[in-house]
Design a protein around this ligand. Structure first.
Ligand code: ATP
Ligand code: ZN
Length: 286
């Protein structure tokens, strides 16, 4: 049995499951301050016997094992979690291998193992929620270099009718600053869910997301792109995004069938936690 943690900005999901990605027990705890949340997490795993634990975490995080801060959440705006050594804390309690990666890399792994990208050796998982992030499986492995990718903060062309300055505290009008849930809410002065029937909202959203996807396709050439997160619950976005991706690429590269190339998660809200199980499994099989 493996253990899995999806560490999110609003909640922590903990699970135990097998090497096929089946979840046997699961619990959720709100993300408050580290001491409080981790107490719940630890007591969950004390009830189970696991041979490894995988953690998919909100970030940025330190994933480079050669780095002194390996296993920490680093510069998060959630200040009580900044520089929090989550892997060390778990290691102290449980003497098992611990896999550690971003929430979106975990989700990409989960989707490629048993979800919408099953059987493919490359895919992207993009979340459009409170923030925007993407994880990538390339040649069967998670993409990692100096650190993990931060694909939500790329620069995009501004929509000609968008005066909104952008929410990103670092870059203002990067992709996340213009297209994550909070940007939609501030630009249109209503929550995304209340704007469902406003065509111009989703046209503009697709305008930004399609630019990002074009760049990811040109750089990484993934075999499938899975899009999840709260904002993507607006299903009308999928055809709009596909159409704008085709328009932007303008015939330059041969395109796969976009209906089956840009898709919602096969695992629904379980992509991240399933992927975290796979992070545990990979850590044992290394
Ligand atoms: N059905 C919906 N339609 C449109 N927007 C939505 C919907 N549900 C949630 N959102 C927006 O998505 C954002 C929350 O994202 P999500 O539900 O993915 O949670 P999260 O886990 O906090 O986000 P993140 O993945 O960045 O950690 C909020 O800005 C919210 O307004
Ligand atoms: Zn940014």
């Amino acid at each position: 049995m493996y253990g899995a943690i999806e560490a999110g900005g609003t909640k922590f999901v903990c699970a135990v499951g097998n090497d096929r990605g089946d979840i046997i027990d699961e619990a959720q705890f709100p993300t408050t301050v580290p001491d409080e949340t981790m107490k719940e997490v630890i007591s969950f795993f004390q009830k189970h016997h696991v041979k490894a634990i995988g953690i998919g975490s909100f970030g940025p995080i330190e994933v480079n094992k050669d780095h002194a801060d390996y296993g920490s959440i680093t510069s998060t705006p959630k200040l009580t979690w900044a520089n929090y050594p989550i892997v060390d804390v778990m290691k102290e309690m449980f003497d098992v291998p611990i896999g550690f990666n971003t929430d979106v890399n975990a989700a990409a792994l989960g989707e490629s193992f048993t979800g919408a990208a099953k059987g493919l050796d490359s895919c992207l998982y993009i979340t459009v929620g409170t923030g925007i992030g993407a994880g990538a499986v390339v040649n069967g492995s998670l993409l990692q270099g100096w650190s993990h990718p931060e694909m939500g903060h790329i620069l995009v062309r501004r929509h000609p009718e968008d005066p909104y300055e952008g929410t990103c505290p670092y870059h203002k009008d990067c992709l996340e600053g213009l297209a994550a849930g909070p940007a939609i809410e501030r630009r249109w002065e209503k929550k995304g869910i209340e704007l469902a029937d406003k065509q111009e909202v989703w046209e503009m959203e697709a305008f930004y997301l399609a630019q990002a996807i074009m760049q990811y396709m040109l750089i990484l050439s993934p075999k499938r792109i899975v899009m999840g997160g709260g904002v993507m619950k607006q299903k009308q976005l999928f055809p709009l995004v596909r159409k704008q991706v085709a328009t932007l690429l303008n015939g330059y590269i041969s395109l796969p069938e976009l209906e089956t190339f840009i898709v919602p998660p096969g695992l629904g809200d379980h992509a991240g936690i399933t992927g975290a199980l796979m992070l545990a499994k990979n850590e044992v099989e290394k």
